[in-house]
Design a protein around this ligand. Structure first.
Ligand code: HEM
Length: 536
């Protein structure tokens, strides 16, 4: 693909060279030898034993025996589609990202939706967070926006992620329950890691049982940075807004569908694309000037907090259309490797301690999941722009690097980067000033775990509140440990006393004694809203 003209079909053109169909092709071995018989193994006599010499049998069976790769450690069950992204207006003022400059330019994308907890064969309609991961194949390299359908997260620091997932996944002694939060370790984790409160309110709400991938929002969750060509940076949060609006199932529907059609959501996505009813999502950004970083009563780097849209409006900057199903689920959906660290010039990271840890985890897991260091050469993962570096060798290397130089600096190949990579359009990390003592301490600004949980509850309509109470009662009601059930209602009294009391009555524990945290829309941060200058 190197050197080809790049247009909106360029990813498709690139994939074309790897597509092979089976029709009317005569069967051969992997060595190209014509196969004479694919039904009978080679035997010593028609009723005798199979003999070692049967290389065709051995090759066929060995390949079959090795068909499985590990499923993702989280987000194992997913479904994906191709599409394109179009910008509404140039974002040049805010970011130098090439794909956000020209409204006439279309950028190919690949999107994978997923559940988090269940294994590859679990049901689509589980109560769970949904992944919403987008790979933009830009002319400057792949940019991955690896988001979820809920704007906040369970924990604040990446070091707790293995604990979260160990608690959330099926319990190790009996591998139950599959794809459900109705079990002891999940709720024990909740009660003992209370920064989770806000996320759990979303998790118990209808947002965790979306009707369709086409009717889900997506959120980058973390604060990222936009950096423009003058080097000015602003904080940014990314949003996907489905053009069809946000719609959910109700719990009874979700359970019935799980039995009748466990593929409900992948079927819905597949069929809507097959009939040309293409799913569409608008990309929105919330931007904050650096001088407004400390004007909120929460920390804008805390991934358990959202930036209220009334104060920091979402500016819609473009639209993504999913218009082509995959040719092969394994080759594309399973082998795609998203990574929040895949950025392009103009988009950069912040010190959110959850994001910082993610930057390590994805590449690390993909090295084992996709069989070694060459998975960027798998067709779905290849950028559409030229790649060149000094990497070589490793399992399943595809590229045939020609010549003898694979090191910098050199005089033989004349390809060393100049000392100023910035002048060449190379990625230069934002020069954020950092200072402090090395410590494992957590910033006090991350300490408030209940205000936004309560704002969420306050924003719900009566039927939505009833659904949340029903979900708590169903999920926590299945917890065997009475102590854990009690701890949960004692915790959620801090969100709403009436809610926690009703749940306590429903699940057979004592009514909680504590008090709710009374935060309302007149909280200090919100009253400062008129001093916050919005990027226009
Ligand atoms: C997948 C780690 C937080 C969204 C994964 C995978 C790992 C992982 C190891 C499997 C990747 C693969 O096998 O290719 C982590 C860690 C986190 C974290 C350590 C926090 C410290 C988040 C957050 C979001 C998110 C906050 C959303 C904003 C996703 C999505 C996928 C995923 C959408 C599936 C990507 C796909 O479809 O292939 N994560 N994750 N994760 N994660 Fe995270």
């Amino acid at each position: 693909n190197q050197g080809k003209n790049l247009d909106e079909n360029s990813k498709d053109q690139q994939l074309e060279q790897f597509r092979v169909d089976n029709e009317e092709k005569k069967m051969t071995t992997n060595q190209g030898l014509k196969v004479s018989n694919d039904e009978d193994s080679l035997k010593a006599g028609v009723r005798g034993p199979t003999i070692m010499e049967d290389f065709h049998f051995r090759e066929k069976m060995t390949h079959f025996d090795h068909e499985r790769i590990p499923e993702r450690v989280v987000h194992a069950r997913g479904f994906a589609a191709h599409g394109e992204f179009e910008l509404y207006e140039s974002m040049k003022e805010y970011t130098k990202a090439g794909f956000l400059q020209d409204p006439n330019k279309k950028t190919p994308v690949f999107v994978r939706f997923s559940t988090v907890v269940g294994s590859l064969g679990s049901m689509d309609t589980a109560r769970d967070v949904r992944g919403f991961a987008t790979k933009f194949y830009t002319d400057e390299g792949n940019y991955d926006l690896v988001g979820n359908n809920i704007p906040v997260f369970f924990i604040q620091d990446a070091i707790k992620f293995p604990d979260l997932i160990h608690a959330v996944k099926p319990e190790p002694h009996n591998e139950m329950p599959q794809a459900a939060s109705a079990h002891d370790t999940f709720w024990d984790f909740v009660a003992n890691n209370q920064e989770i409160a806000h996320m759990i309110m979303w998790h118990m709400s209808d947002r965790a049982i979306p009707r369709s991938f086409r009717m889900m929002e997506g959120f980058g969750v973390h604060a990222f940075r936009f950096v423009n060509d003058k080097g000015k940076s602003r904080f940014v949060k990314f949003h996907w807004k489905p053009v069809l609006g946000v719609h959910s199932l109700v719990w009874d529907e979700a359970q019935i569908i799980a039995g009748k059609d466990p593929d409900f959501q992948r079927r819905d996505l597949w069929e809507s694309i097959e009939i040309g009813d293409y799913p569409e999502y608008e990309l929105g950004v919330q931007m904050l000037e650096p001088e407004d970083e400390f004007k909120f009563d929460f920390d804008i780097l805390d991934a358990t907090k959202l930036w209220p849209e009334e104060i920091v409006p979402v500016k819609k900057i473009g639209k993504m259309t999913l218009n082509r199903n995959v040719d092969n689920v394994f080759a594309e959906t399973e082998q795609v490797a998203f990574h929040p660290g895949n950025v392009v010039p103009g988009i950069d990271f912040t010190n959110d301690p959850l994001l910082q840890g993610r930057l390590f985890s994805y590449l690390d897991t993909q090295l084992i999941r996709l069989g070694g260091p060459n998975f960027a050469e798998i067709p779905i993962n290849r950028p559409v722009c030229p790649i060149h570096n000094n990497q070589r060798n490793g399992f399943s290397r595809q590229t045939i690097n020609v010549g003898k130089v694979s090191y910098h600096k050199n005089s033989l190949a004349n390809n060393s980067p100049s000392t100023s990579t910035a002048r060449e359009g190379g990625f230069v990390h934002y020069e954020e000033k950092v200072e402090g003592r090395i410590t494992r301490a957590r910033s006090k600004s991350f300490d408030d775990h209940f205000s936004q949980a309560r704002l969420f509850w306050n924003s719900m309509s009566p039927p939505e509140r009833q659904h949340i109470i029903d979900a708590f009662s169903f999920e926590v009601g299945k917890v065997k440990s009475k102590s854990v059930r009690q701890q949960v209602v004692d915790m959620f009294v801090r969100v709403d006393k009436a809610m926690a009391t009703t749940v306590a009555d429903n699940i057979g524990v004592n009514r909680p004694k504590g008090e709710q945290v009374n935060v309302t829309l007149s909280s200090p941060a919100l009253s400062q809203a008129n001093t916050i200058k919005m990027p226009q």
